[in-house]
Design a protein around this ligand. Structure first.
Ligand SMILES: [Zn+2]
Length: 443
């Protein structure tokens, strides 16, 4: 048994309780009790105590949209003309990078952001993967990395017609093989979804095949939706409707599915997302960096759509995504008083609701019965800390690098900034070596 105590315990339970001098008890991979440090130390005298030294003890964060495979793009010089729109970003960067990846590249591309996730307090990651020349086994390779690191993940392969029918079929098979494997294994750290790239690279025939193959697996689809205007124009031209309308008609949406971005959607499509209980994931930095426009997340939230928060590979740090989302919507609305409630709701409430469709026990809350995914954060509040203002303390006072200790599924994967499962230096040396070769192979 482990106790994590002597800290301010931010429980995120239904009352959003904060326990001063709080402590939690971990048995195996679950939280079994929360209370004060004295009480739990008396009750469990044999337990090892991780001393939070008056810092904050919080639930580990969840990232509901990530691309591990984007790692080797960092610092890469493009051999093409600079992109002028989102489609050109795909064509000139991502669809060149993903084709060069080997399985070893896939593995190290995953380990690098996983190190970052652990160091910045993200304990559960929904990843969306592409490596068209090594589709078979790619999700299993990523799983090797996530399990070695000890992070919780839900993986998928992005099926697309952009590289021909055989590659699309390989993608379908990889999703199914991996989902079946996860269903058999029942490993609380590893789940699968059915990945799809985006409407503009998927024919009706391929979507139909995906739906047929996915039937009975119990998992939903993870798909980019109306990210750039090109996706919407393509759907309107080819099918006479918006992207969300099309995905709904093709039976891709639903309460277990994730529609990422939803920037270029109509009011009618917001209604579809709500009625079909589809989860939307917002990625503020990526949307700004790719200059795709502003997702109407506030309007969707007010209509009752469940919107989670992701990073889209732009960063691994959910605190950073949280800060960017807060500023983006105030800036876009030219109103300093909007988005105070909706953005924390994405990160702290909706991400765990989305995760609950895949993981058996509660996540994102420090309550008895939840998975023991816990972070200790170096933060001593300079003003009064209360349930009503805790999100503002986090927004303005904490960054990913404030995280000192990370526990996932009851296992300490970082203690006082030292990783216990991975050798960061060795991973970086190998990553640079592989990235050099990838850069040489890119045309
Ligand atoms: Zn994405």
């Amino acid at each position: 048994m482990i106790l994590v105590g002597n800290g301010r315990l931010i429980t995120r339970d239904d009352a959003n309780s904060i326990i001063e001098d709080g402590c939690l008890a971990i048995q195996d991979n679950l939280i079994v009790e929360t209370g004060t440090t004295d009480d739990l130390k008396t009750k469990y005298p044999q337990a090892r105590l991780i001393d939070a030294a008056q810092k904050m003890i919080m639930p580990g964060l969840i990232n509901t949209h990530m691309h591990f495979y984007s790692t080797f793009a960092r610092g890469m010089a493009s051999k093409s003309d600079p992109p002028t729109n989102f489609l050109e970003i795909l064509e000139r960067l991502w669809w060149k990078l993903d084709k060069t990846l080997t399985l070893e590249d896939v593995y190290y591309s995953a380990l690098i952001p996983i190190v970052d996730c652990i160091k910045t307090g993200t304990t559960t990651i929904f990843d969306h993967h592409a490596s068209p020349n090594v589709v078979h086994g790619s999700l299993f390779k990523i799983a090797e990395a996530t399990l070695k690191a000890g992070v919780r993940s839900c993986l998928c392969y992005e099926v697309s017609d952009r590289d021909g029918k055989a590659t699309a079929d390989n993608g379908i098979q990889e999703n199914i093989d991996f989902i079946n494997f996860c269903n058999q294994e029942s490993n609380p750290l590893l789940k699968g979804m059915f990945g799809l790239h985006a409407s503009l690279t998927l024919s009706d025939q391929t979507l139909e095949k995906c739906v047929a193959k996915n039937s009975g697996t119990g998992v939903g689809f993870h798909v980019h939706a109306a990210e750039g205007i090109q996706d919407r124009l393509d759907a309107e031209k080819k099918y006479g409707m918006g992207v969300v309308e099309r995905l709904y008609e093709r039976q891709i949406l639903g309460e277990k599915s994730i529609a990422v971005h939803c920037v270029h959607i109509s009011k009618k499509e917001i209604g579809i997302l709500k009625d079909s209980k589809t989860n939307v994931v917002h990625n503020p930095e990526s949307n700004m960096g790719n200059a795709v426009g502003v997702s109407p997340v506030l309007e969707m939230a007010h209509q009752g759509v469940t919107i989670g928060l992701g990073t889209d590979g732009y960063t691994s740090d959910m605190f950073e995504s949280f800060k960017a989302a807060n500023c983006l919507h105030k800036h876009a609305h030219q109103h300093p008083s909007v988005a105070w409630g909706e953005i924390p709701q994405m990160l702290f409430e909706n991400n765990r609701k989305i995760a609950a469709h895949y993981f058996e026990k509660p996540l994102g809350q420090l309550v008895p019965g939840a998975y023991a995914d816990v972070i200790v954060v170096d933060y001593d509040p300079p003003t009064r800390l209360e349930p009503e203002n805790v999100n503002s303390h986090i927004l303005f006072g904490i960054s990913g690098r404030s995280v000192e200790t990370t526990i996932i599924n009851g296992r300490v994967v970082m203690e006082n900034r030292k990783l216990t499962t991975l050798d960061e230096q060795e991973i970086c040396v190998k990553s640079r070596e592989l990235a050099d070769k990838v850069w040489q192979r890119i045309e």
